[in-house]
Design a protein. Structure first.
Lengths: 200, 156
């Protein structure tokens, strides 16, 4: 997990252009107030995915925060569209999805939508700012293939899923890295570090 | 399948470190102050959603069996959306449980009216006096709701 956001950390979002998308007016108002409070000057709002798509086609954004549950086209479909058809300036930008409840049928879809984080509603400023801070600082690789475009979903580096050999060329067996011998004593470590004259 | 793995430029990462800006604690305080101005309208939206749920899905609703699972899910979601102001009352958690119930009913293809009724009653009670209830009593009520809705809070 990324570092916690310290109260004394300094952040500057004055130059950031942010899109917030939520079909529920009162919820969009809350989201907008929170983001404005963080110092964002360029905040654009959309109440439908169609409106958001128009904005994405015409402006360059630095961050998108979108609701998940929306009628007609939902936030998951919007992010999938963004990652494939959002244009070169927008398709790789950080995305935070917000949702009050995730339907059982949508858990996998949500994971595979291509967002950087999913934040639970009701939104609190502290949690949202922390996630914005994380997406600004994270160094996760981006994955682009036929079935997925988005930040690497496997970012804890715990090896391949248990009981599998993994799908990636650089997947190592789970046993690699496990200690094979007892830990060294302090003296043994000190001996390794001790300066010694050498003949060159 | 070809997999491209790369690190795209992150403009946000560059600008968040720009000179100036504000301390995180000040940003949070400013955001909280901004949100506070929405308390009244948010509570009105919450009460409206709750009234709508009761009118369409309550015991006395004349045609509740003809209502859609989706509409109940949507109305319960709307309560969650604005419930930051009443989190100490447990309303957000009860509404999440109702979302779980609506989702469960939709998957099963049939209503469980006793469970719907108990959720509506609980939401009304929590709205009226949830913050004043002893914590153990409120938690026990929420646990009861989770059991009837099959909602598991740890799964979000």
């Amino acid at each position: 997990m990324p570092d916690a956001l310290l109260p004394s950390a300094r952040i500057n979002l004055e130059r950031a252009t942010v899109l917030v998308l939520d079909d529920n007016g009162p919820s969009l108002d809350i989201l907008s107030q929170v983001v404005s409070g963080f110092g964002v000057k360029q905040l654009l709002r959309a109440e439908t995915v169609a409106d958001a798509q128009v904005l994405v086609r015409t402006k360059t954004f630095d961050l998108i925060i979108s609701d998940v549950q929306m009628p007609v086209t939902d936030g998951i479909e919007f992010i999938e569209w963004l990652r494939r058809e959002g244009g070169e300036t927008n398709r790789y930008i950080p995305v935070i999805l917000v949702t009050g409840h995730t339907r059982a049928s949508q858990i996998r879809k949500l994971r595979d939508a291509g967002s950087n984080y999913v934040v639970a509603k009701p939104i609190t400023p502290k949690v949202l700012l922390e996630r914005i801070f994380w997406v600004a600082r994270e160094e996760r690789m981006f994955i682009e293939c036929d079935t997925y475009i988005g930040p690497d979903r496997r970012f804890k580096h715990e090896g391949p899923p248990p009981g599998t050999d993994g799908r990636r060329k650089d997947d190592l067996p789970a046993e690699v890295g496990e200690a094979q011998t007892p830990n060294m004593s302090d003296d043994e470590i000190a001996n390794l570090m001790r300066p010694a004259k050498v003949q060159i | 399948m070809t997999v491209r793995k790369f690190r795209p430029p992150n403009r946000l990462a560059a600008m968040i470190k720009d000179r100036g800006g504000m301390l995180a604690k000040d940003a949070i305080a400013a955001a909280e102050a901004g949100v506070e101005t929405l308390r009244e309208s948010s509570m009105a939206a919450l009460d409206e959603a709750l009234a709508d749920i009761e009118a369409r899905f309550g015991k006395d609703a004349p045609d509740r069996a003809s209502q859609s699972f989706e509409d109940l899910y949507l109305l319960a979601s709307r309560i969650i959306d604005v419930s930051a102001f009443v989190m100490d009352a447990g309303i957000d958690k009860a509404a999440m449980s109702l979302c779980g119930l609506a989702d469960d009913c939709a998957e099963a293809g049939g209503w469980r009216w006793e469970a719907v009724d108990v959720h509506i009653k609980a939401l009304k009670l929590l709205r009226a006096m949830g913050a004043q209830l002893p914590v153990e009593q409120r938690d026990a009520m929420l646990q009861g709701l989770y059991q009837v809705s099959h909602y598991r809070p740890d799964e979000g």
